[in-house]
Design a protein around this ligand. Structure first.
Ligand SMILES: NC(=O)C1=CN([C@@H]2O[C@H](COP(=O)(O)OP(=O)(O)OC[C@H]3O[C@@H](n4cnc5c(N)ncnc54)[C@H](O)[C@@H]3O)[C@@H](O)[C@H]2O)C=CC1
Ligand SMILES: CCC(=O)/C=C/C=C\C[C@@H](O)/C=C/C=C/C=C\[C@@H](O)CCCC(=O)O
Length: 258
């Protein structure tokens, strides 16, 4: 699937990895709806990108992925504006062990909500034209990050949900691929504002720092450089792809059924 002329939507598009995803999609000829709860960041970025790529290529929608009503309205606006949707990037996320319910609500429930609403519009069995849904998980979705157990749980959930939806879609003939992106440590606001968000696990900050020192960090652009294949390769469905400074790889999971 080439990106030229495709219609994409990105949650958490206003900053960080979501901004990098948005810019990469536009650079490759897609039109992009930017969804973000941060109106100032999203509107400012959309205005700048509209000047760079054309106002008809960009749409900002102020939207909280925790809200069913706002997400449904966002999809209506996307369809009204662009007539269809081919690519949905479930990217919005937070890390806050003090507000762990909010972390689960945004990182996992928001991803499930976004995927189900996107599927309603993309499913070939219900008038959609197929496409791909990319869920931003984390390497904390593959291995335990001791400083943030609730965040780790949310990301393990995103990995499992993505794999199950990939299998369900293939078995059902939806024509929609589901893939998970698992970055390591990325220099964004989420990463830079960790201090104060670890709650009862703040004493483990230094232990996690040893991991950061060992693994290193990336920029959001470096992460997204590796993502195009997940969006365009029609053979990639139910894949879990991790990216960190030492390289990238698709995860192979053991089969539970012998
Ligand atoms: N920064 C890192 O080291 C890593 C981040 N990730 C994941 O990447 C995704 C993006 O994170 P970053 O770019 O690092 O964070 P960021 O904090 O730089 O950007 C997140 C964006 O999401 C938006 N957002 C937050 N809650 C929202 C909500 N309820 N509804 C709509 N938008 C919302 C924010 O306003 C912000 O614009 C998250 O899912 C995060 O868990 C995964 C691996 C590593
Ligand atoms: C205090 C430091 C901290 O918690 C930073 C978090 C920063 C970014 C969010 C997150 O998405 C990044 C996660 C990276 C995780 C990397 C490795 C983990 O999976 C631990 C693996 C441990 C193991 O398998 O032995």
């Amino acid at each position: 699937m080439a990106l030229v002329g495709k219609i994409a939507a990105v949650t958490g598009a206003g900053k960080g990895i979501g901004q990098a995803l948005t810019e990469t999609l536009l650079k490759n000829g897609a039109k992009v709806a930017l969804l973000d709860v941060n109106e100032a960041a999203g509107k400012s970025l959309a205005e700048a990108l509209g000047k760079q790529y054309g106002q008809d290529k960009v749409l900002f929608i102020n939207c909280n992925v925790e809200s069913d009503e706002q997400m449904k309205a966002a999809f209506q606006k996307i369809i009204e504006t662009f007539e269809a949707i081919d690519i949905f990037c479930n990217n919005a996320g937070i890390l806050n062990e003090t507000q762990w319910e909010k972390t689960i609500s945004i990182n996992l429930m928001g991803v499930i909500r976004g995927a189900y609403l996107a599927l309603e519009h993309m499913n070939k069995l219900t008038g959609g034209r197929g496409g791909v849904i990319l869920n931003t998980a984390s390497m904390a979705g593959l291995g335990p990050l001791l400083s943030c157990p609730a965040y780790t749980a949310s990301k393990h959930g995103v990995v499992g949900f993505t794999r199950a939806m990939g299998a369900a879609s293939a078995a059902s003939g939806y024509g929609v691929r589901f893939n998970a992106l698992c970055p390591g440590f990325v220099q964004t606001d989420l990463f830079n504002n960790i201090q104060g968000n670890l709650g009862q696990f703040s004493h483990l900050r230094d232990a996690a720092q040893l991991l950061i020192d060992k693994m290193g960090t990336m920029t959001a652009s470096e992460v997204v450089e590796c993502v195009i294949e997940l969006l365009t390769d029609e053979t990639k469905n139910g894949e879990v792809f991790y990216v960190y400074p030492q390289g990238t790889s698709y995860v192979t999971f053991p089969s539970m059924v012998k």
